[in-house]
Design a binder for this molecule. Structure first.
Ligand SMILES: Nc1ncnc2c1ncn2[C@@H]1O[C@H](COP(=O)(O)OP(=O)(O)OP(=O)(O)O)[C@@H](O)[C@H]1O
Ligand SMILES: [Mg+2]
Length: 245
């Protein structure tokens, strides 16, 4: 099986070379745990290997993500100019599964081999709008307040979304918020089951200091050892510093 390197030092060794090609991987974690930086590093690493990548941003403006990326990856802009890195912002007037078609066009145009969806969480908020066919021009959050969202609809929506994107010729990384409490990793409660792999990022309080950790919860076709690994922000991106074989 071919593997796709994440570019996160230590993680690729833990994954026997990287994530399985064409798989869908969920990267979840609480706010500020490094999910977007993980995604940017994944796309950047592909671009360095001449694989075009598409970063689909649902909430954040590409400008902000670009700025974040430039802090760690100095030639990020150059690779973007060469169309090896592409950003796609989903306009607020496209809802639900219409987003799939919009992304599909961009994958074709960019010939992307890697894709990041940042993040799934907004789909959970937005799902009922698709069901009732309401194409809103309101910001997602305001629209969500106006609609009556059933949890089952949300699950269906996220399930379909991941499934449809899994048919694309890309290796996919889905980003989602996760809560520290509760039975499920994600707000939608299905993405962790639908995806082929799940990586969780966490911030742990140890005494008065915060330690960032990464756990591989599952990875199909890969022998992974359970447990948390120390994650560091270096000036060239994320890195695992205590990986063991
Ligand atoms: N240069 C840096 N050095 C160390 N830590 C940094 C640096 N840049 C960002 N961070 C840390 O990374 C966090 C943001 O990372 P990122 O945006 O990837 O998180 P996220 O999980 O996507 O957050 P959100 O849930 O808000 O989208 C910041 O809160 C900060 O703590
Ligand atoms: Mg983010």
């Amino acid at each position: 099986m071919r593997r796709v390197v994440t570019g996160i030092k230590g993680l690729d060794d833990l994954l026997q070379g990287g994530v399985p090609e064409n798989n869908s991987i969920l990267v979840c974690g609480g706010p500020g745990t490094g999910k977007s930086i993980f995604g940017l590093q994944f796309i950047y690493t592909g671009a360095k290997n001449k694989e075009p990548g598409l970063y689909v941003s649902i909430e954040e403006k590409p400008d902000k993500l670009r700025e974040q990326a430039l802090f760690f990856f100095k030639d990020f802009k150059k690779l973007e100019d060469k169309k090896l890195i592409n950003f796609l912002k989903i306009p607020t007037n496209i809802a639900g599964l219409d987003i799939v078609e919009f992304i599909k066009d961009a994958v074709k145009k960019t010939k992307a081999k890697r894709m990041v969806i940042d993040s799934l969480s907004i789909l959970s908020i937005n799902s009922s709008m698709y069901k009732i066919g309401l194409k809103t021009t309101l910001p997602f959050s305001s629209a969500a307040i106006m609609t009556n969202n059933s949890f089952e609809e949300t699950k269906q929506m996220v399930y379909l979304f991941i499934n449809k994107l899994s048919e694309f010729p890309t290796t996919n990384l889905f980003i989602a918020d996760s809560s520290e409490q509760g039975m499920y990793l994600t707000r939608d409660s299905v993405s962790e089951f639908v995806c082929d792999g799940v990586i969780r990022l966490k911030q742990l309080m140890i005494g008065r200091t915060v330690q960032r950790v990464l756990e591989i919860i599952k990875m199909r076709n890969t022998d992974v050892k359970p447990g948390a690994h120390t994650l560091m922000f270096t000036n060239s991106g994320l890195q695992i510093i205590d990986f063991r074989y």
